[in-house]
Design a protein around this ligand. Structure first.
Ligand SMILES: Nc1nc2c(ncn2[C@@H]2O[C@H](COP(=O)(O)OP(=O)(O)OP(=O)(O)O)[C@@H](O)[C@H]2O)c(=O)[nH]1
Ligand SMILES: [Zn+2]
Length: 390
């Protein structure tokens, strides 16, 4: 045990209170080890082993394994009333959102194979910041950009993929255009392009060096409607400035940035910090190697949301199963010809649909219904055994 925490600073809210089994203590998972976790409770930091029920559930389905961001119930191992009591991780509370690495992996022949073994990379994330640089750093000395004026290097396709992944997790995506200071010509056009690629999603330029826009990022974490702090992850390519942004939010160097790593010659992606960073102004950031690598395979519903414009166009097609290639009366092809729909966007949509098809069963809906079912059983068992009553 070390310093103690105000639970609402960790994101605890009233709806969770009702889910907590009698006699248990709420805590949030900051890091997972094999068979154990580091958790933060109102009483401070604990290292707790998974209880038998949690281990059994995880053996049946790895999705049940506690992961960073989870709210969990701690049960005392020793007699009630003891000071400095020891706890075990007795149950994982139902997740509001989850990043699930699907049970699919690319096999040696380049195809995808499903093993039905999902894994949750982070849970209860409210906001997903999708960081995309307006311009990559390190242009030649004295040159403000490597591209002709007005040409940005933001990858719209990557933004679409990560936004889709965010929707799929159940969290709210927010696109951050980083390093706007390297690209001052035509930033408005860039923001408009990005806004069109991610309908219904806020797009902010944010410069971690000058601090411009950092407050807007912070505002997404102070949990507008509820008093609870919001939890975020930052996704984006290497060098997008994710670590620099987290440091700016934290007001301290909690993350090693590429510059630091280059200076001391150590390997990249070394983690010197806790995987859940509590920001002084409110809010938390989850950053794990798994979340950094989070890929493109965990989408289905998310693709439809991010391409709502295409889905809408498709409703105007003559055939309900139109493939939008050469079918007569295809509204999508018409929009392509009239220039209303950029060719690039249709191609992105096709590619993502192909990838999403592999995900068949890995939807959030399935995860949630499974969770609810298991949770009811756990509650019943706990009530019956009464072992966690004070
Ligand atoms: N000009 C400019 N440079 C920035 C900005 N934000 C970050 N950088 C620089 O971009 C480089 C990469 O930043 P990082 O924060 O390490 O990037 P990252 O996304 O964490 O990269 P990975 O750890 O590899 O995923 C560093 O040299 C930063 O100083 C910005 O707003 N403007
Ligand atoms: Zn069509």
């Amino acid at each position: 045990m070390s310093s103690s925490f105000d639970l609402s600073l960790l994101g605890w809210h009233d709806r969770l209170e009702a889910l907590l089994p009698d006699g248990t203590v709420p805590a949030r998972v900051a890091r997972v080890h094999r068979g154990a976790a580091e958790v933060l409770s109102a009483g401070g930091e604990h290292h707790v082993r998974f209880g038998a029920r949690v281990r059994r559930a995880a053996a049946d389905d790895p999705v049940a394994l506690p992961c960073v961001g989870d709210w969990v119930a701690l049960a005392r191992l020793d007699a009630a009333g003891d000071e400095g009591g020891r706890y075990e991780l007795a149950a994982v509370l139902p997740r509001t959102t989850a990043f699930v690495r699907g049970g699919v992996s690319r096999d040696s022949r380049g195809g995808l194979s499903g093993d039905g073994q999902g894994q949750v990379l982070a849970a209860n994330v409210d906001v997903v910041f999708v960081a995309e640089p307006a311009m990559h750093s390190a242009p030649p000395e004295g040159v403000r950009g490597v591209l002709p004026p007005g040409k940005h290097s933001a990858d719209l396709g990557r933004i679409e993929r990560l936004v889709a992944l965010a929707w799929e997790s159940g969290a709210q995506p927010v696109v951050l255009i980083t390093k706007p200071d390297l690209f001052d010509l035509g930033l408005d056009d860039l923001l408009a392009d990005v806004a069109a690629a991610a309908p219904g999603v806020d797009v902010h330029p944010v410069c971690s060096l000058t601090g411009e826009g950092v407050d807007l990022v912070r505002a997404h974490l102070s949990g507008g409607h509820s008093a609870a702090a919001g939890t975020a992850v930052v996704l984006g390519p290497s060098g997008a400035g994710k670590s620099t942004l987290v440091n700016a939010l934290a007001g301290a160097d909690v993350m090693e940035t590429q510059q630091v790593r280059a200076a001391d010659g150590r390997g990249r992606h070394t983690t010197v910090h806790r995987e859940m960073i509590i920001l002084p102004g409110g809010g938390l950031i989850i950053d794990t190697p798994g979340i950094r690598r989070v890929g493109l395979y965990d989408m289905s519903d998310g693709v439809d949301l991010v391409f709502s414009d295409i889905e809408e166009l498709a409703e105007g097609c003559r055939f309900s199963d139109c493939g939008h290639t050469a079918e007569p009366g295809c509204a999508v092809q018409e929009a392509l010809e009239s220039g209303e729909l950029p060719e690039r966007r249709l191609e992105s949509w096709r590619r993502l649909r192909r990838e999403a098809r592999w995900m068949a069963t890995r939807t959030d809906a399935r995860l949630r219904s499974e969770e609810t079912r298991k949770w009811k059983i756990i509650h019943k068992e706990m009530r019956r055994s009464g072992r966690n009553r004070p």
